[in-house]
Design a protein around this ligand. Structure first.
Ligand SMILES: Cc1cc2nc3c(=O)[nH]c(=O)nc-3n(C[C@H](O)[C@H](O)[C@H](O)COP(=O)(O)O)c2cc1C
Length: 188
């Protein structure tokens, strides 16, 4: 057994919509992360954050969310595509932290009803990631036709996603390790 400190990769479920298919995607990715030795995860549902909607930014920090992001080595953001963009509530939640993100890895999973697997929302989220100080990887998760991808219990119906997410997570974990080394060993 490794004595190394586990890499910590929370998964952010980025929509509050009732009946959201993105929840199945987030749970699937969360379960896949947890299977890996030396990696820990937590599922952060932005619906649970109870953020004020009469203010914005770091002024409305949610202590536990900020502490979890601060402890993270990397994040997975699961975002549905809404009118080719990301949900406003996801941005509202992300905006409550700043230094907590810096020099940490991020991988994005786009979820769409259409056939492009949320590629447009992923592209739209990339500049936001950069401004937050997160380091994006060059693989994404792309979940097309999301309503039909899972059964009523949330079981994945297309096994090909297991292999694709494996590739995505390998890259994310590598980047998380490299950036942890950088944060701890390389002065700026
Ligand atoms: C306001 C809104 C806008 C949407 N816009 C798009 C879109 O631009 N492209 C698309 O493929 N699906 C679109 N959808 C469908 C969602 O992508 C679909 O519901 C998918 O399951 C992911 O969202 P969900 O987690 O809310 O279910 C939209 C859904 C909503 C509620």
């Amino acid at each position: 057994m490794s004595t190394e400190r586990p890499i910590f990769i929370p998964v952010i479920l980025g929509t509050v919509r009732q009946g959201r298919a993105s929840e199945h995607v987030a749970r699937f990715v969360f379960d896949e992360i947890k299977k890996r030795e030396g990696v820990q995860s937590e599922l952060i549902d932005i619906r649970d954050l109870q953020l004020s909607v009469t203010d914005a930014g770091e002024a409305i920090k949610e202590a536990q969310f900020s502490a979890t992001v601060n402890r993270a080595d990397a994040l997975v953001i699961v975002t549905p595509e809404y009118n080719h963009g990301y949900p406003g509530m996801l941005k509202h939640a992300l905006d409550t932290n700043l230094k907590e993100y810096i020099h940490k890895a991020v991988g994005i999973c786009g979820v769409s009803a259409g056939g492009f697997g949320g590629t447009r929302v992923v592209e739209n989220l990339l500049p936001v990631m950069r401004e937050l100080g997160l380091v994006t990887i060059f693989w994404d998760g792309n979940f097309s036709g999301a309503q039909k991808l899972f059964d009523a219990e949330g079981k994945l119906l297309d096994e090909s996603y297991v292999k694709r997410i494996d590739k995505f997570l390998k890259e994310l974990i590598w980047m998380a390790k490299v950036l942890r080394y950088g944060r701890e060993q390389v002065s700026l």
